[in-house]
Design a protein around this ligand. Sequence first.
Ligand SMILES: [Zn+2]
Length: 186
Amino acid sequence: MKSFGFLPKNGQNKIPISTLSKDKVKKLANLRVIQKTLVYVIGLAPDIASESKLRSLDHFGQYGKIDKIVINTNNPFNGGRGGPSYSAYMTFANPRDAANCILSVDQFLYNDRLIRASFGTSKFCQYFLSAQKCSNKDCLYLHELRADLEAYTKEDMQSNKFIFQEQQKIAIKLSKALEMTLEEFK
Ligand SMILES: [Zn+2]
């Protein structure tokens, strides 16, 4: 967030939304924040596109504990040589496992499908942005602004530029993941 000009006062990490100008809040609405435990994978062959297969130690379970898996089989990607492939979101219990997973499986060829993996993103909740309390307890959006969050703009997400930036970030995360303890990595 610091690269977007969201700087905390007095060395604090959390930034109260009420302290921001209208322009800054507008900027926040346009950001997609990296979720460090969320892995987005595309290129999954149908034979592994089930929760039990993905969770198994032969596949994504080998990188660590997975709290949640959501597979999208409604919109298969049909462009590859090998036939249809699916996408999935997997929430790991800790961010280092998610980073290791991404670095290990991205660009891996399985059953003639190229697997691509990246961190998933989320955006700020509309209620949070308007400094109101969000009453939806299942709300998937973000309700906290912290200086250490990493984000992209919506435009980056839609252009190829994003893929390049993302890969760089992932590479940085790899080196961190291998050298740092779990507490430091968080
Ligand atoms: Zn909300």
